[in-house]
Ligand binder design. Sequence first.
Ligand SMILES: CC(C)(COP(=O)(O)OP(=O)(O)OC[C@H]1O[C@@H](n2cnc3c(N)ncnc32)[C@H](O)[C@@H]1OP(=O)(O)O)[C@@H](O)C(=O)NCCC(=O)NCCS
Length: 147
Amino acid sequence: MDDAEDILNWRNDERTRASSFNKGVIALSDHLKWLAGKLSDPACHMFIMTDGEEKVGNIRVDVRDGVGEISYMIAPACRGQGYGRKIIELIESQMPPEVTTLIGVTLKSNTASGRCFVSNGYSQEDAEDAIVYSKGIHRMLSPDFSL
Ligand SMILES: CC(C)(COP(=O)(O)OP(=O)(O)OC[C@H]1O[C@@H](n2cnc3c(N)ncnc32)[C@H](O)[C@@H]1OP(=O)(O)O)[C@@H](O)C(=O)NCCC(=O)NCCS
């Protein structure tokens, strides 16, 4: 909850709203209630990415039936410096074993987000007004594993 204010500012940034399916500005009270709910939900994995002391982005994965849906944003002042691509790369190693697939759903107009998924090896599929990116997560078996 210490990061609540930063996350709200990033959520309410003009470009974040324009890239979201729900365009409305988010009120502080709604945000705090939503964030507390997400943080206490065992199916939700949420992280802040830092570079040194600086908070550069936020990523959340909501898991259902082994599929983790990614939602993320980079702090407005830090965009265009490779952090979006990096946060998608890093999230794979943070997933619990039951997550076998990661997906991201973007508006067709959100080419920057699309690039972040494609450059991390996600495949893409057209939906009505959106593009669904997906990737299977393959884990190394331990050396003493045998069938
Ligand atoms: C989408 C977002 C996460 C991208 O993060 P970023 O750190 O700016 O992106 P990167 O610097 O890692 O760049 C990733 C790619 O997008 C391209 N890109 C960056 N900004 C761009 C822009 N404004 N327009 C078009 N392409 C852009 C980069 O050139 C790069 O392409 P490449 O792989 O071909 O080199 C960031 O802009 C953001 O937070 N947007 C608002 C929230 C959002 O859209 N979240 C995703 C919802 S699905």
